[in-house]
Design a protein. Sequence first.
Length: 344
Amino acid sequence: MTRSRPTQLDVARRAGVSRALVSLVVRGSDSVSPERREAVQQAIDELGYRPQVTAAHLASRRTDTIGVVVPDLRNPFYGELAEALREAAAATGRRVLIALGFGDALSDRRGGAGAEAAFARGAAAEQDAAEAFLAGRADALVLVSPRSSDAELARLARGAPVAVIGHEVSAAGVGSVSTDEAAGAELAVGHLLERGGTHLAHLGPAGSPSADSAAAVRREEFLASAARHGVPVRTAALSEATTPAQIEAMVAGLIADGVDAVGVHNDRLAIGLLTLLARDRFVGLVGYDDIPAAREPIIGLSTIDQRPRELARHALALLEADADPGRAGSGHVRLAPRLRVRST
């Protein structure tokens, strides 16, 4: 009886890793950590695995594919950004493949150890998705609001050009583009004051800074802008997990404290607030992202437009897809957002 040759899947099972990571090790990619490389190599030696030369040759060809890792498609902003990346790539003859990074980890807003554990799960899922793209020979990677550390991003960049959308990074060879959060906060606060607000509040996720850095930055910039204007401001926790009863109690407390205008972390949360509360509870309400629902006349949410098409265009320019791995356009692009004034 002829014994079947071991496969990459057999190696992955023996090493306790993904098949995509085994493929990276076999191809000699520098984007794998020493510990995981050693585990895979040990499994290869034990099983006597030998890669097929023909398959390796075919895999070495350029694919004109960009792998995009987004956190979650439940937030419509990420969907718009993914579509903007697809359009920008198509204009240069390339295609985009999309993977979800940390999905369910986003919904863990418990704070403390719970939030940190969700953060770690999210970073691991994001790395797995990126490694799968590299194993499939994607020419470049775009990571949207990644949880990965600078060291992890730099390791990925040794396998292909990498660009980050969402915040500035210091990883070697990785370019990044984001919205100017300070400018966005200034627009939001200015709008609320124009509407007659005299005592503001900012509502958003209350996770730890490391587990929800975007929320922390946006909140701090809002507070700083309000302070520059000499306006009192409060903060309160609001997330997808907040119940209607909790929202009602929170709003009642804000109003009792004199709050008359509110900025919200994103449009999704702001629209949820609008659907639960009468519009006359506050003189002004402003969201962030300018998702399609915010533009509907029945909603009419004033919001900060992050300009996803411009974010996508700059990210692809940073990739410099023809460059060698690790040489993606370095530096950071900070994009000025725009205020979209509607009925709130």
